[in-house]
Design a protein around this ligand. Sequence first.
Ligand SMILES: [Zn+2]
Length: 314
Amino acid sequence: MQSWLVADAHVDVLMKLLDEKIRFVEHGPELEASLPSLAAGHVATQVFALFVMPQADAGTQLHDVLHEIDAFYQQVACVPTVRMVKSRSDLRAVRSQGQMAAILSLEGGGCLRGRVEVLRMLNELGVRGMGLTWNDANELADGCGELRGGGLTRAGRAVVRELQRLSMWIDLAHLHDTGVRDILRITDGPVMASHANARAVHEHRRNLTDDVIREIIRRDGWMGLTFEASFLSDGQATVEDVFRHLDHVLTLGGEHHVGFGSDFDGTSHPVPGLARSGDYANLADQLANRYGEALAKRLLFDNFEDFLMRQLPA
Ligand SMILES: [Zn+2]
């Protein structure tokens, strides 16, 4: 494609930046979503997840989250071609200047220790979206890896109400189906899934059922297909498998509500040819060939941009 922009709803760069030898601005083997790679892929919106290992105690988790936010401020938001986005007016300013929009999200709420006041302070630091869990259980809910399969706790429900009050997005990725059902029952607003695929195409606990995908669409939410190979197919996944998931979501009516959340720097099984942010250049060409340029642009960028304009505070 001649010109395109990309919005990506999930990378784990910040976790890697805890290793102070790794530099976001440098092109190197350590980072899949380094600044040069993001620029090569024409990434104009990047959500940076705050992820810490949930096995650590809550105090250590909160410390590491703050350390990652510091790394974001020290290495990402200060780059002249990047601007931190916390609001719709920030987003409009970024578009008029042609910078990359950088947004913070929280992947897993263990660091909150069940307290909404910690969430409010993370929001003050610029965090604009959150998933309640990673794969494990915490004070808020059970993740998709918990055999017990519990739903939201009282603290989890309080966090969901606070997320809505703060205009922060609610991310369903990693949550157990029971918790997903609870969220859909206690809210009527939009929900999103930053990095997940379709379970009807590949049976995996991290993928979304058709009912949930339809509900995301009906509520004007958004979902980002992800490039972790084990969520795409059995055996070695290819870009063609990404298209199988995409075709399915389009069949469910998702042409205005689907895009991508790569999980670069967080995947353990990359897809060949789709293993770093610069590879969006190849994906853009293949999307344009397969779906036409207008739909390709919507999938790569516009759908998430529209979601942000609905979701972010003014
Ligand atoms: Zn994840």
